[in-house]
Design a protein around this ligand. Sequence first.
Ligand code: FRU
Length: 490
Amino acid sequence: MALDNHLLRDLPPAEKKLWDEKVKQIASQHSLRQVFHIEAPIGFLGDPNGFSFFQGSWYLFHQWIPRKTQNKMVYWRGLRSKDLVHWESLPATIDPDTKYDSHGAYSGSAWVNQGQLEIFYTGNVRNQENEREAYQMRATLAGKVIKKAAVPAIMQPPAGYTMNFRDPKVWQQAGKTYAIIGTQTKSGAGRAIIYEASTDLKAWHLKEVLQPFDHDIGYMWECPNFFELDGSQVLIFCPQGADSKDLEYKTLFPNAFVIGPKWSGDGSEWKLKQPKLALVDEGFECYASQIVQAEGRTIIVSWMGPSKTPLPTDKLGWSNCLSLPRELSIKDGELYQKPVRELTSLFGAAHVIDIEHSPSFKATTASHFQVTFKGTGQVQWNVRAQANNPGLVIKVDLRKHALEVDRQAVFPPVEGAKTERDTQRKLQYSSDDKALELEVWLDHTSFEIFVNQGRSVLSGRLFTTETAQSCNFKINGNVTVTGEWHEIVK
Ligand code: FRU
């Protein structure tokens, strides 16, 4: 299918001028703009891609549809940072401009090879019959430009798999280079396939099909990551259509993980005896996570994206954001996520939380809270509240080890929404935990709640006014509350 003049760079000069003006206008300050989360200046932001560490900087790309209203051509937009906090936008994008990616430069990853940033992504194509074709494409970042290899590294999925074959995530292990790719069997079951690359990276051979469960989970696996962490192996993936018997989730598609024994690459099957499939994030919007392993750290970023309802910024010209980068670790067989330590550089003035004397106070719109609850009673904690609006409501029952988050009042009903608003989550934290520690990061339109040192995370979007800044604690029964909060300034 030919697409006329669909690339941004092919816009005629007059249109290009208008476009640049529009970008400037949309990217300019608006109360619904995030302060410290990555957003696109304009258009639709999708999955994190190409998360890597190269020549002393972190690189992070994302799926991007600049002209959402005109077509669905996906680009990669890139950012670079020295500290995982302040990001500059890269001039280089991956444009859907060849016959192997004409209908979207879909998700993929990046890694460093012989002093170059190597990129591996999926070229999405719709052929004459409008059928999908999927090519795994190599590219390199050379100076300010991204150069694509002339031919795909993998031309098609292996026999027995459909063209739902995408999102290569590359890693290096024991001197070898592997890629894991999400796919679907012809009988409609999700799988991930591991390929091994030749030393010149030109030929990629099928090594292993990953199906660590004793039955099929979902009809298609998107965005797999497969990596060693603290002596175990983790598979993070998005099993579309997973059954609620295997995994409970309220989002459209789940973003899940399992932990197993180290994968050796020696050909022995990676099977899990008692797989514990769990959600990466227990909250509302989180999908297509991607990790990077560098500098002795494993860091994850997710797409705070797929929403069942249109969001207020869609109409203003941009949608979605990425989660904060979070450092991963495994302790006692459990996966922990902590916001990267560099984020504390955003801290402005610190304030002690003293609920005996001031159970209600005003915080800044973007703020950070570190609060510990002890006792056996209940707490209702409202953040981003204002007159006649309770804001985001966090409820704690210390005896029941239960946490509830309700965003009903800050997730306005949106016109034209086909489905119900998704506004509540409940979480049971471990009864071994003697206290409940919550670390909460609030940005203009999002919250991320880290429970007990990052043992669980619950995050989502919220939409209210910039002046909704009240923070109130209501206690019932025996509870002590200690902690502090920081203003966030950037
Ligand atoms: C996941 C996903 C990927 C695909 C990309 C396209 O959100 O569907 O599987 O590569 O988005 O934008």
